[in-house]
Design a protein around this ligand. Structure first.
Ligand SMILES: NC(=[NH2+])NCCC[C@H](N)C(=O)O
Length: 294
């Protein structure tokens, strides 16, 4: 396995192929210059194991370069020393229509990231909705069509789901996570077609890991997304679902080989980017990517 790649292992495709259409996205990322694992707030983090910050930066750069090659717009927030998890920008807020609902982190170690991201949003022309309730942004909130899927169980509270609905005036569907390895919603669900197509909401689709959810949530997902890709536990366990889709290209871990095949069958173009070093902190591709919807 190559962990030193600086170019995507699979060629990105722009435009449309196999009936899938690419939508250009605007992302926020944070170079992991201060990345390390110095505390444990999820089962992946093991401070006794050494981390290689330079390797983390190279792998992160490959993801950044992939987005740029695909034509996406990537903004950067400055990393702050002492906040090693800041690379996981998905947790920094949730943005729709230029409004950023700020994050309020569950664990003390990450609490200072909340204001840092809100400052960035304000400085860059976003309106900020300050959170009262504990929530970890796009780590737990995913926009699918016009509905927000919201995770709880480990990090974001049920009350934050209500607050989220008040801020955006959209339908919020609460889902409960039950496996500590999949503590954020974006580790268990991948939004494949984030935006409604000409065909309407029914075009929006997801992939998910069934066993990460309680029975009630499994039933909701089965009912709402009958065409969803259900990934195997083996692909979920390597963070295969922690991926970023532009409607055509789906950036995934090279370890998620089953999911890669499922995506190809459906006409998506999987693009493989290895973030093995960042997985030591319990994060992957989606965790390092926050969508800025204007
Ligand atoms: N969107 C995500 N799943 N981010 C991963 C966050 C990883 C971080 N170490 C934490 O436990 O909070």
């Amino acid at each position: 396995m190559s962990t030193q790649n600086t170019a995507p292992a699979t060629t990105p495709v722009t435009g449309s192929a196999s009936g899938r259409t690419q939508q250009i996205r605007r992302y926020l990322m944070c170079r992991p210059e201060h990345f390390t694992v110095s505390y444990t707030i999820n089962p992946w983090m093991e401070p006794a194991n050494p981390t290689d910050t330079a390797l983390a930066v190279r792998q992160w750069q490959a993801l950044y370069d992939t987005y740029i090659a695909l034509g996406h717009e990537v903004h950067l927030i400055d990393p702050i020393e002492g906040l090693p998890d800041m690379v996981y920008t998905a947790n920094g807020g949730f943005v729709i229509d230029n409004v950023a609902y700020g994050a309020k982190f569950r664990f003390q170690e990450r609490v200072p990231e909340g204001p840092a991201f809100m400052d960035w949003f304000r400085d860059n022309g976003f309106e900020v909705a300050e959170p009262v309730e504990v929530n970890e942004g796009e780590g737990d909130f995913l926009l699918v069509g016009d509905t927000i899927l919201a995770g709880t169980g480990f990090r974001s509270t049920g009350d934050s789901h209500r607050e989220l609905g008040d801020v955006f005036g959209k339908e919020v569907v609460s889902l409960t996570l039950v496996d500590p390895r999949f503590y954020h919603l974006d580790t268990a669900i991948s939004v494949l077609d984030p935006v409604e197509g000409p065909g309407g909401v029914e075009k929006a689709n997801i992939a998910y890991l069934e066993h990460a959810f309680d029975e009630r949530s499994q039933a909701i997902l089965a009912e709402r997304y009958p065409d969803a890709i259900r990934v195997a536990d083996a692909d979920g366990a390597v963070f295969g679902l922690n991926s970023a889709s532009d409607g055509l290209n789906v950036i995934i871990s090279p370890r998620a080989t089953g999911f890669e095949a499922q995506l190809r069958e459906r006409g998506y173009n999987p693009v493989l980017v290895d973030l093995s070093e960042l997985l030591l902190g319990g994060g992957g591709i989606k965790c390092c990517t926050l969508e800025l919807r204007r």
